[in-house]
Design a protein. Sequence first.
Length: 196
Amino acid sequence: MPTTAPATQPTTSPATLYRLSAVAGFLCALILLINAGRRGGVIANSDLTHVIAPLGEVFGLVVISGLYFRQRGRGGRLGLVGYAMNFVGMAGLIGAEFILNLIFPALPAAQVTALLAGPTGAVFKVASLLFLVGAALFAAALWRVALLPRPAVLLYALGCVPIGLRGVLPALTLPIGLAGVSAALVWLSVELLREK
C-alpha cells in the first residue's frame, strides 16, 4: 500500500512577523501623530479624524506583539507580565477611544459628564492605569534585554506617561506624549524591519 507524505503546513517566518509588526508600527505612529495634531489644535476635528483615532491602538497591539516576540526568549516574567498588561491596557484604550471619538460627540455635555462620573469613567481610569503600568514594565524588560535601541525604548516609556495620565496631567502633555510614542514606534519599527 503506497504511503503518502503528511501534508505540511506553511509556516510564517519570524522575519515576516517582524515586517507585519513594523508596518503596524508605522501606521500606529501616523495615526498617533494625527491624534496629537488634533489634540494640539493643529489638525481640525472631523468625522475622519474621529473614525481613525482608535485605529492607533489597534495597530499598537500588533506592534507591541512583534516587539514582545522579538525579545520573548530573554524577557522572562517581567517581559511577559509587562506585555500582557500593556496589551490589556491598550485594548481597553481602544474601547475608550471609540467611545470618546464616536459616541460622546453625539451626546449632550451633561450626559457625557454623568457617564464619566460613573462606571464608564472608572473603566477608562483602570484601562489607562493598566496601560501605563504595562508600558513601564514592558519598557523595563526591553531595556534589560537590550536587543532594541534603549533610547527608543525610553522614549516609548516616557511618551506613555501623559497618555496613561491624561485625566490627571495638563491637556497640553497629551499631544507631546502621543508624538513621543509615535517617534519611538517609528524607530522600533525600523529595527524590526532589520530583523531576519
